[in-house]
Design a protein around this ligand. Sequence first.
Ligand code: FRU
Length: 480
Amino acid sequence: MTDILQKAREYENSHITPLEHRPVFHACARTGWCNDPNGLSFFAGKYHLFYQYHPYENRWGPMHWGHSVSADLLHWQLLPCALAPDSDADGFGCFSGSGLSWQGEHLLMYTGVRYDGAGRLIQQQCVAWAEGENCRKSAKNPVISATDLPEGGSDTDFRDPFLLVRNEKLYAFIANRGENGLGRVLLYRAEDPEKWIYCGVFAENDGSFGDMWECPCLLPLGEKTALVVSPMNMKQAHDGRYKEGHDVVALVGSCAEPEAGFRWEKDVPLDCGLSFYAPQAFSTPDGRCVLIGWLHDWKTEYDATRLAWFGQMTLPRSVCWENGCLYQWPVKELDALRRLRLQTCVALRGGEQTVPGICGRVLDMELRIQFGDAKRFSVKFACRDGVFTRLCFDVRERWLYVDTRSDGSKNGRLRRVRLEGVEKDLYLRLVLDRYSAECFIQKGRQVASLALYDTPHDADGICFEADGGAKMDISVFDIL
Ligand code: FRU
């Protein structure tokens, strides 16, 4: 083990974030900072989640990989730091990448970042094998470097390899910036993970989705395939579907054979909240496509003085394609942790209403709202004394307003998004876990993810409001 890795392991061992200060069922780092989920895979009977990790501070720094394992995707056992920036190929950082089972081994591929002779930061691809708690980096790293790029490809924006096995062949899909400044996904193939061949451009940005693309991944959705990318510098769409800055899009099309390239027929935003980026997906042994994202984005500021740690993952979501729409839903493993707290039917009559027994920052709540003469419905949560987060559904005009004054300041964050698939009744599932809220709208047709780092723990009020008559069926579950 190198000194750099040993130092990281010693540091995290003496600074592990206590259980009571972490989310209850959302993955986060052992200590310090985490961003993107990496190496999401199933190997040797366990789910593995690696992540971008800077153990020493609650802000981004030289990237390591953290590692957790789980039997149910919700209870994560935190293992020692897996990769450190400790080799010539990755001295500046081990950036994002992926993992899978290949020929009986647990193969990882990540982006090694290093300075070249001229002081520029170069990105190249490296492999390692996870062997229990330790990882063995290839002596041949980098296995894909600038010389493997097509003409005009940037060697400073060449990252986040996504491994996939199709027709028994091993592929890597890697984000790159082309000569025109826009993102694209390059395809590589290998017979041996240390020897790669460039196959061509798999997909490229036509300028509709930001500029550079990060963290590509492929979702098998029955007869469809979605290429999910995280574009930088997105422009806000008039219907609010995409937000300015960093966002995530699923490009849905068909892909019989990776080498034939990919054309999408439809773009679907993956999240309509304020905190979602760089998701990664994988297939579970029982054939589900499960996706986990980073419950934050690069643009949203946070108060680093308030927490010892920073960064958490979203709930794992099962993704499927039905009748031309993409749906995301919390994995069924969460159902096993739920205990019914109360179930009731409430008449809403205008004005804010609370319901006895409904409060808290760790719960799962299902709502069905039948509109009488009301046109708008809001649910406000994590509230107390001017602090709140609110989702307001304007069903008549088909808008969703996401409004958060999560730290009580007057300048909250607001987003307005077109509401999809709401004809009559509104179905919501709201999952709260101390530092986050995720709302699944219309059975998962849209999802709003929100990080609540700033919100004090005693801000646990929940209330409802309709601008007229409406009926609300509600079930509240504790999560054990
Ligand atoms: C996405 C990203 C990746 C990069 C990593 C660095 O959030 O910018 O493109 O590999 O974070 O931590």
